[in-house]
Write a protein that binds this ligand. Structure first.
Ligand code: NAD
Ligand code: UDP
Ligand code: UDP
Length: 311
């Protein structure tokens, strides 16, 4: 098949491309390098079945493809809040353009949506039926609300134009190739521990997250894309930790001498998050296989090599 991956030079997208190329597909990677990097796709640049398109997804584009994994959008709060208007444009206009493309060429489109559509949830764990608790005017809204609109667009194109869609609600995912300055919690703590500087826990660290290793997520995305269920489907690892527990885990693993420092909690930071993955288990036969301890080891090793190489 000929498969388009938008945001393919980013963290999740590049891992997905590795799997698609290994399966023998022809892959088109579309990215504007906002948070993505050429080194993530370097190994494929000379491959005749791989094509890189430097393009901003907010602009229309005509391509001929069978499937579209639509991932283009910054995912870390630091990056999506840097230019919030651009984040809304990327998520809304980008998804509109990809749906227009999917409609024209009759391609199946999978949207990388997010657990952020549940906001600061008052239902725990979160099922797909929960409609969320999002602050529409807060600093996270540019991401949360625009992903909600992206989901709306998918379902309206599905109902109105019969576009074949899949919607994944992705929960916190980590792994190799995260940017050193990504700003998300796992990469921050690992980089801090490796550099021997204090690990910055925001608030008192009692807020929770559930962390999925990237290879597990990619497997879930591919099963959703190639299955019959439209979604939305939660994809994440249900093992839930407080942020302080995560800091201590990484501290013990990497550098017991590194301090833990408390910093102010950003506004609208969700207090708890854990996916209910019953749907993914029963409809896709999918569940995560990489425990946090193991995934963290792989992530630490990747950062160790990259930090070593850059110093
Ligand atoms: P990432 O920032 O590493 O990747 C995003 C990619 O999109 C980057 O390569 C970036 O350059 C590209 N991009 C951004 N704006 C663009 C634009 N206007 N035009 C073209 N390309 C653009 O993030 P990620 O963690 O790989 O996330 C991928 C997708 O998964 C995102 O849609 C994100 O919302 C979703 N998601 C990720 C997580 C997670 O924990 N990683 C959780 C929920 C949802
Ligand atoms: N679009 C695109 N590539 C295509 C087809 C459409 O980028 O191959 C864009 C198109 O420019 C528009 C959006 O997708 O901005 C929605 O397209 P649609 O055909 O649904 O709506 P319309 O063009 O009528 O607004
Ligand atoms: N966080 C933290 N220290 C950091 C970065 C993040 O304590 O250096 C916290 C953040 O406040 C949030 C959690 O870790 O409660 C997860 O943050 P991240 O940005 O990774 O993802 P999201 O908030 O989008 O789930």
């Amino acid at each position: 098949m000929r498969i388009l991956v938008t945001g393919g030079a980013g963290f999740v997208g590049s891992h997905l491309i590795d799997r698609l190329m290994a399966q023998g597909h022809e892959v088109l990677c579309l990215d504007n390098f906002y948070t993505g990097h050429k080194r993530n796709i370097l190994q494929w640049l000379d491959n005749p079945y791989f094509e890189f398109i430097r393009h901003d997804v907010t602009e229309p584009i005509r391509l001929e493809v069978d499937q579209i994994y639509h991932l283009a959008c910054p995912a870390s709060p630091v990056h999506y809040q840097y230019n919030p208007v651009k984040t809304v444009k990327t998520s809304v206009m980008g998804t509109l353009n990809m749906l227009g493309l999917a409609k024209r060429v009759k391609a199946r489109l999978l949207l990388a949506s997010t657990s952020e559509v549940y906001g600061d949830p008052d239902v725990h764990p979160q099922t797909e039926e929960y409609r969320g608790n999002v602050n529409p005017i807060g600093i996270r809204a540019c991401y949360d609300e625009s992903k909600r609109v992206a989901e709306t667009l998918c379902f309206d194109y599905h109902r109105q134009n019969k576009v074949d869609i899949r919607v994944a609600r992705i929960f916190n995912t980590y792994g190799s190739r995260m940017l050193e300055n990504d700003g998300r919690v796992v990469s921050n703590f690992v980089v801090q521990a490796l550099k021997g500087i204090p690990l910055t826990v925001y608030g008192d660290g009692s807020q929770t997250r559930s962390f999925c290793y990237v290879s597990d997520l990619v497997e879930g995305l591919m099963r959703l894309m190639n299955g019959d269920y439209v979604g939305p489907v939660n994809l994440g690892n249900p093992d839930e930790y407080t942020i302080l527990e995560l800091a201590q885990k990484i501290q013990n693993m990497v550098n017991p001498d590194a301090d833990i420092q408390f910093a102010p909690l950003p506004s609208d930071d969700p207090k708890q998050r854990q996916p209910d993955i019953t749907k993914a288990k029963t409809l896709l036969g999918w569940e995560p296989t990489v425990p946090l301890q193991e995934g963290l080891k792989l992530t630490v090793e990747d950062f160790r090599q990259r930090l070593g190489a850059s110093s």
